[in-house]
Write a protein that binds this ligand. Sequence first.
Ligand SMILES: Cc1cc2nc3c(=O)[nH]c(=O)nc-3n(C[C@H](O)[C@H](O)[C@H](O)COP(=O)(O)OP(=O)(O)OC[C@H]3O[C@@H](n4cnc5c(N)ncnc54)[C@H](O)[C@@H]3O)c2cc1C
Ligand SMILES: Nc1nc2c(ncn2[C@@H]2O[C@H](COP(=O)(O)OP(=O)(O)OP(=O)(O)O)[C@@H](O)[C@H]2O)c(=O)[nH]1
Ligand SMILES: [Mg+2]
Length: 511
Amino acid sequence: MNDPSLRPPLNVDTSSNTTTRVKAAIVILVRNSELNDLRFTMHQLEDRWNKKFHYPYVFLNDVEFTDEFKELTTGITESETSYGLVPTEMWSYPSWINQTKADENRERMEKDNIIYGGSLPYRHMCRFNSGFFFRHPLLDEYDWYWRVEPSVEFSCNLDYDPFLFMQKNNLTYGFTISLFEFNNTIPTLWQTVKSFMRENKELVNPKNVMNFITDGTEDYNLCHFWSNFEIGNLNFWRSERYIKFFEYLDQQGGFFYERWGDAPVHSIALAMFLEKSEIHFFNDIAYRHNPYQHCPEDKDRYHYSGLCHCDPNENFDEDITKAENHNNPGESSTQSKKPRPNIILGKDGKPCRACTAFKDWTRQERKKDSSESTTTSSTSLSSSTTSIPFLGAAKKLPKDCPADSETLGRHTWTFLHTMAAYYSDTPTTTQQTMMLSFLRTFSYVYPCWYCAEHLRDEMLRKPPRVENRNVLSRWMCEMHNGVNQRLGKKIFDCSKVDERWRDGPKDGRCD
Ligand SMILES: Cc1cc2nc3c(=O)[nH]c(=O)nc-3n(C[C@H](O)[C@H](O)[C@H](O)COP(=O)(O)OP(=O)(O)OC[C@H]3O[C@@H](n4cnc5c(N)ncnc54)[C@H](O)[C@@H]3O)c2cc1C
Ligand SMILES: Nc1nc2c(ncn2[C@@H]2O[C@H](COP(=O)(O)OP(=O)(O)OP(=O)(O)O)[C@@H](O)[C@H]2O)c(=O)[nH]1
Ligand SMILES: [Mg+2]
């Protein structure tokens, strides 16, 4: 293969610098106040890479850029720079959002110390990055983008064109770090994704990468590509299937009622719509967004050769405690193992390490790296066929495990429907008052906060009916159907509620 852009990055010779440019831009959403942090980053990006390639910059902001911002950033690069205002419709509440509820939820999340839980601009930013940046008019002329943020660092030379590399190798998305999302920022994201998938099975790629984000179970393992770094194809985000997915999520309001981040949203979409061979781990791009960094570990290749200035021992791919040491150089290793406040925790509550699946990715990457010759194969992985676990049979946990929200829900509904089924046909006033009081209290103490919150909302719209057994059973059935509908489950025929919860089926199989 003589075309250098088809070779694995480290084998690309300098002649690649003269190859055709692709329609690509460096895209930076940034505030005026971050000018100096951005200058720091741009200098590194230029020195390490872009002075050889001259890709243009597109800067985006929700307010006008100042002249100072424009002049100082333009001065750093010989490339074209353009400065765009984000249109209001891409950075505001959509009409269907209940702003009072959004305000209340932000307040609660702030009190609960959820990272950026109290911030509205952060939510607009996440929604913009999830559903709109690729539709900004300044990006219309481009097919590819490299997302950059102020303060991030690039500490190795990159002597090839990653856009061309991706284009030639049919890649769609490239990342450097992946980790776990905070569960409490996305309590209902996964159920929404599951509903979307049930309703749009035909859009899901049969060779999807869902295993990366589910480990083959029914649940989201919280793994995501850290989207502050992305090199990708804009047309993936512009595709009908992704827009449909984004709009489905947007309708649910989780960008505002919760704090859905663009990283899990992007990652879930990539896992659902792409195959593994379309996603690339850029091992050779040394990248730091505090507090984590990816630094290639092969010392001969990247460090003794003078290509990099990062410390290969501080590599998030393997162990976060190494990143911790870097941030607290004076600390002993035992001290530095203590998680800092806000540190990202995995589902097991332990300090976040790179997702297991990601390690798998990097391992295969290294294997490829070491056996690399000048072949066409990129450093991305071969595709693997994975099914969609939760659309088929679910993995069963042992019975003596603590309840997850599904088990808890199933058992709680059994209790609630059975309670309604055995309620009096002619309850006294005291019995009615007690039932009302129970239901109200229940809607505050049910130990799944987002379930309880939805229930309270529903109870406001449709107050409990406790006049007799019949109406209470019916009301309960309708409440349950409300949840079924939200989760994309089958609607239950409420005329059968007695048969299900009191009398048993007519064929006598339960007698
Ligand atoms: C108050 C409450 C709120 C919840 N909110 C959420 C939420 O916001 N997000 C979330 O992910 N999970 C929520 N859950 C859990 C969710 O409803 C399910 O319990 C869980 O997903 C397990 O589902 P399942 O398929 O086993 O059946 P379940 O929905 O638990 O149903 C159990 C059985 O009840 C019967 N049934 C189904 N629908 C009805 C009906 N309308 N009337 C009478 N009987 C019926 C069926 O025979 C079914 O097998 C909530 C649970 C409760 C109790
Ligand atoms: N113009 C503009 N840019 C924003 C705003 N909020 C965030 N950004 C940009 O969006 C990107 C992501 O925001 P960050 O604040 O870095 O979010 P983060 O990476 O999750 O969090 P940090 O750990 O604080 O970096 C950065 O490029 C910010 O400059 C905003 O309100 N206006
Ligand atoms: Mg950031």
